[in-house]
Write a protein that binds this ligand. Structure first.
Ligand SMILES: Cc1cc2nc3c(=O)[nH]c(=O)nc-3n(C[C@H](O)[C@H](O)[C@H](O)COP(=O)(O)O)c2cc1C
Length: 315
């Protein structure tokens, strides 16, 4: 099985990805959170710079519905040595959808077709796509699949939910199966894989899955890829992993508060891996200085047991 790290805006930054690669690895491709402007900001450039992505297979992701912006960004990415980019057709956020981007683009198949036609005919890079299965109804998926059939998609990553579902309900596994029947490009499954048991359950219905992209499950528990591979895991590494991320942000961000915002976002996922951590998680949320933050974090690592899913535990 191949495992990919999902792009997660504000969370899976190059600081996080490098720390992950250093301590755990076992990820075949790392996807960057989306780039959405024709010209990259310095923060976005830092995220994709080759020297910040050494030793990793990193795929930059683009969120746009304008072919010219996509192609211009690809030109810049090509000058940094990238040969593949990923198009975001899955973001469900209201502001993104209102602009007809991300999952919002799925509701305009004719415009999407014209966009794909232009980028696939003009882009010198390979293009992979990360998609949802529609906006409102599962029946939209058939139209999208016949559209995807027309283009040489390097890889199609499917999060089998509708835009209107956000991250709720359960993924529509039958939609992934339909893609297996209809498409010949490589496919990747993404959605709700958080433990060996959820992987096993998904593979029972979809035995053809060869690649899984991990998002929230990996943020909650960085040992997840190793658990899924049935490799040895050592929870005592989590503290050093955390400290590397903290030091990384402190070294690049101005002012402690900006670093604390980043770390607090991370703890909304990471915190779920510790038993009885609520009181310390509250202290983390309230911390205004790095010193207070470190005190709360040290208390968690000192006192709380890391919860790891057992092989049969849906977690
Ligand atoms: C906070 C957050 C930020 C995300 N940012 C992105 C993003 O930048 N690009 C993208 O394609 N998907 C993004 N996603 C979606 C994830 O990549 C993934 O598709 C989703 O979380 C489902 O996978 P999971 O169940 O393994 O978490 C984001 C999801 C969350 C919760």
């Amino acid at each position: 099985m191949n495992y990919y790290m999902a792009p997660m805006e504000g969370l899976t930054t190059y600081i996080f990805r490098n720390a992950f690669h250093q301590y755990y690895g076992g990820i075949d491709k790392y996807f960057t959170p989306f780039l959405c402007n024709r010209h990259m900001s310095s923060r976005e450039k830092n995220d994709i710079l080759p020297e910040h992505n050494r030793g990793m297979c990193t795929i930059p992701q683009i969120l746009t519905n304008k072919a010219e912006d996509f192609l211009s960004l690809c030109q810049d990415l090509s000058s940094y040595g990238y040969d593949t980019v990923n198009l975001n057709l899955g973001c469900p956020s209201g502001t993104v959808v209102a602009k007809g981007r991300g999952a919002g683009f799925l509701s305009c198949p004719d415009e999407l077709d014209a966009f794909l036609d232009e980028i696939f005919s003009r882009c010198p890079l390979s293009i992979s796509i990360k998609t949802r299965i529609g906006m409102e109804q599962e029946s939209e998926w058939e139209t999208l699949l016949s559209l995807y059939q027309k283009y040489p998609i390097a890889e199609l990553i499917i999060h089998p939910r509708l835009q209107k579902e956000g991250y709720g309900g359960t993924p529509h596994l039958s939609a992934y199966k339909r893609a297996e029947e209809m498409l010949s490009c490589p496919l990747c499954y993404n959605g709700d894989i958080i433990s060996p048991a959820t992987q096993e359950k998904t593979l029972k219905t979809l035995p053809g899955i060869k690649t899984i992209m991990l998002g929230r499950g990996l943020l909650k528990n960085p040992l997840l890829p190793a658990l899924l591979r049935q490799e040895n895991t050592d929870p005592s590494t989590l503290k050093s992993f955390h400290d590397t991320i903290l030091d990384g942000y402190l070294s690049i961000m101005s002012g402690d508060m900006n670093t604390l915002y980043k770390m607090k976002d991370l703890w909304t996922f990471f915190g779920q891996s510790f038993d009885g951590a609520e009181k310390y998680l509250k202290a983390i949320r309230k911390a205004r200085t790095v010193t207070d933050y470190r005190l709360a974090v040290n208390a968690i690592f000192r006192t709380c047991r890391v919860i790891l899913p057992a092989p049969s535990d849906p977690w």
